[in-house]
Design a protein around this ligand. Structure first.
Ligand SMILES: [Fe+2]
Ligand SMILES: [Fe+2]
Length: 152
């Protein structure tokens, strides 16, 4: 748990600049779940995605490891928030939902490890994977599982 808070502090330092970002980063309006804190955090996810795409456009491999780490920290932070909200509300599908989060985290951890060992640079592939996972997960899992909570 202590490690998690340490990472959160680290995350806050990493994204201080980005948290001042305003506007809508969603590729489509249908991604709103109706739970404000979750929608705000999803917006930040898409802001990170924009940064990955920018790396790709600028061919900036020097920042690839940093963006992977930011993605890893933010994913943990967001999933913990979402799971706590679902747990508090007694949401039915919590275990299956947690499993989807776990698989995503494992994939990102695998990429972080690969980056440490081999120092590859694949921002375009990373952006495509993250965008596809996010849109699919928000539309087919978050929106359904948070529907009862947003209606309260
Ligand atoms: Fe989720
Ligand atoms: Fe989510």
């Amino acid at each position: 748990m202590l490690m998690f808070y340490y990472q959160l502090i680290e995350f806050n330092q990493l994204t201080k600049r980005d948290r001042t970002m305003t506007g809508n980063n969603f590729p489509t309006q249908s991604l709103y779940t109706g739970v404000g804190i979750i929608d705000n955090q999803h917006q930040t996810f898409f802001a990170i995605l924009h940064k990955i795409r920018k790396l790709s456009q600028e061919n900036d491999c020097g920042s690839f490891g940093d963006i992977l780490e930011e993605l890893q920290l933010y994913s943990r932070f967001h999933f913990e928030t979402e799971e706590t909200i679902m747990e508090t509300a007694g949401a039915e599908n919590l275990q299956a939902h947690k499993m989807e989060h776990k698989k995503f985290i494992e994939k990102i951890e695998e990429l972080v490890l690969q980056n440490i060992l081999e120092d590859p640079c694949f921002p375009e592939e990373l952006a495509s994977f993250v965008e596809k996972w996010l849109v699919d997960h928000i539309l087919n899992t978050d929106k359904l599982d948070l529907a009862d909570i947003s209606a309260e």
